[in-house]
Design a protein around this ligand. Structure first.
Ligand code: HAM
Length: 423
């Protein structure tokens, strides 16, 4: 029978990687909770309409990348390709932002996009993110960007390139869209098939095309289409970032792949990630999103960061922790007579807070010791028939291979002091 392979574009997170994952997720939680963000969880699948309306029917995500299926009642559902639309649905839908304004929430979990898999691009991937919902002010935009920056600093990631831009109001964007169409239309026949379509449906995406880059340099700038209030707002965001000591460059070509953005948008790039996958994360303001979802107008801003991509960078820079030991102590039973004694010893050690594995297998001692090394244990407690009879145990320090005997009644204190000194 052939072995079943994992689905395309998915990856197992193996035990050897779990310490690095935990480090990243704990660091994020610590930073965002330090700013008063509370955890929120929304369903992994939502009605397809949420993304069609929220993210935009003409975006690549909705047109090409969604995992969509019907439930038994024939309703169209989609595995969430991003988190903002679901969080806004939950927060604005429950009017939570009326009680606490703005409502600050954070999330972490799996997301799904059917993009061609490659390093840093998967069908199932993990995002961590925050959303600050219910208010609009440049200080909140600065807060959100500064938090992402502090998170990366907490991981020891250097060499980040923060790109920021403003897409202005929906009216500003319509002005810009017209300017882009006027610029691109004379080149229509030279554009790739995708871009010919984008020219009609979503002209901002023309700036993202990898094939038609030669036209991008001469394209009009969004800045020229921004209204005065949008410029004033963006200038205040830039001033706030400078004051916070957050380095960033204004990138007028940064349009992002989701249609809900207004005003401030940003991405964090790192050169370790190449080409299309160089964004570790991104976000922006989405003041019109709630209304697109049929909810009362509710401004908001947030970001999402890719965990897999961030780990690629942290590993390349050597800041991610390696595998963590599975336990501190392995208790090895040698022979059936010692199994119950060993189980009791293991229980005592665990209740003293020592991470302990019981090895009651019938393997030879040298195999058990090798296994204990692989588990990362620092101490082995060995009990055979002689030790059972004498009420003792052999204690082997796996660091220096020294071994001595101790009475079973005093094992706990002996081991605790050994772990402390070798620690
Ligand atoms: P996004 O830029 O589409 O934004 O995704 C954020 C990050 O998720 C990307 O920068 C990348 O690190 C990671 N990511 C996206 N697709 C994949 C993939 N196929 N494989 C691996 N990683 C991936 C959003 O999703 C918005 N919801 C961000 C936001 C929050 N805006 C406002 N609030």
């Amino acid at each position: 029978m052939t072995a079943i392979a994992p689905p395309r574009g998915t990856k197992d997170i193996l035990p050897s990687e779990s310490a690095a994952w935990r480090w990243l997720l704990d660091t994020h939680r610590r930073v965002v909770e330090g700013h008063g963000y509370q955890a929120i969880e929304t369903p992994i699948f939502e009605s397809t309409e949420l993304f069609a309306r929220g993210v935009g029917a003409d975006t690549d995500i909705v047109e090409k990348q969604m995992f969509t299926f019907s439930d038994r009642g024939g309703r169209s559902l989609t595995l969430r390709p991003e988190g903002t639309a679901g969080v806004v649905r939950a927060v604005a839908g429950n009017r939570l932002d009326q009680e606490i304004r703005p409502l600050r929430v954070h999330y972490a979990g799996p997301f799904f996009r059917a993009e061609r898999p490659q390093a840093g691009r998967q069908h199932q991937f993990t995002q961590i993110g925050i959303e600050c919902i219910g208010d609009r002010s440049p200080e909140l935009d600065v807060e959100v960007i500064e938090i992402a920056n502090s998170f990366f600093a907490g991981l020891g990631i250097t060499g980040l390139k923060l790109q920021i831009n403003s897409l202005g109001t929906p009216d500003d964007r319509s002005t810009y869209r017209r300017a882009l169409v006027d610029y691109y239309r004379p080149h229509r026949d030279e554009l790739c098939d995708d871009c010919r379509r984008r020219l009609e449906t979503n002209p901002l995406r023309l700036l993202d095309c990898k094939t038609d880059q030669r036209f991008v340099a001469g394209a009009p700038m969004i800045w020229d289409s921004l209204s005065e209030p949008s410029r004033v707002y963006f200038t205040a965001v830039q001033a706030g970032l400078e004051h916070a000591g957050v380095d960033g460059s204004v990138n007028p070509r940064l349009v992002r792949g989701l249609d809900y953005y207004t005003d401030t948008t940003f991405e964090f790039w790192h050169e370790t990630l190449h080409g299309a996958q160089n964004a570790l994360g991104g976000g922006g303001r989405y003041d019109g999103l709630a209304e697109l979802l049929g909810l009362p107008a509710t401004p908001g801003i947030g970001y999402a960061l890719g965990v897999e991509r961030t780990l690629i960078v942290a590993r390349a820079l050597g800041t991610a922790p390696g595998p963590a030991p599975a336990c501190e102590v392995v208790v090895c039973a040698l022979g059936p007579a010692s199994t119950l004694t060993c189980a009791a010893v293991a229980r005592t050690l665990r209740s003293a807070g020592v991470r302990t594995v019981l090895d009651a297998s019938d393997r030879r001692l040298d195999r058990k010791l090798r296994n204990a090394d692989r588990l990362g244990a620092r101490v082995c407690v060995i009990v055979g028939d002689d030790e059972v009879a004498a009420g003792t145990a052999a204690i082997r320090d796996l660091r220096d291979r020294s071994q001595h005997t101790a009475p079973q009644a005093r094992l706990e204190e002996t081991i605790l002091s050994l772990l402390e000194t070798s620690g």
